[in-house]
Design a protein around this ligand. Structure first.
Ligand SMILES: [Zn+2]
Length: 112
């Protein structure tokens, strides 16, 4: 990966980290416990509980993604950044731009 691309990628990762952090805060606010004495009624309460588990799942995913983005950010200046952890080939810069947190090339990611 060229230096110019790396700089671009770096600012992109920083923006993605900030967005993920904001998303997490928003999701945390939306995953407060559902009160049993909910005045919304039973159906709405079921809805609230369903929404809550969907929200919790995406909260977990976003947290994982955030951790990976942070790792990518701290590794970006290493020589082996952008190298697939499986086949040791270079990960396509396009893929890194789209998913900076990926540590596998397209082919390996499809296989593992
Ligand atoms: Zn690979």
């Amino acid at each position: 990966m060229e230096q110019k691309e790396k700089l671009l990628l770096k600012s992109k990762i920083i923006a993605m980290v900030e967005k993920a952090q904001l998303d997490i805060i928003n999701m945390e606010n939306n995953t407060q416990p559902v009160k049993p004495e909910n005045s919304l009624g039973r159906i709405s309460r079921m809805d609230a509980i369903n929404n809550k588990s969907v929200m919790e799942a995406s909260l977990r995913n976003t947290r994982k993604k955030l951790a990976k983005l942070k790792t990518a950010l701290s590794n970006i200046d290493n020589e082996n950044f952008g190298i697939c952890t499986y086949c040791k080939n270079e990960i396509q810069p396009k893929r890194l731009m789209y998913m900076p947190e990926s540590d596998q090339c397209v082919r390996c990611a499809a296989r593992h």
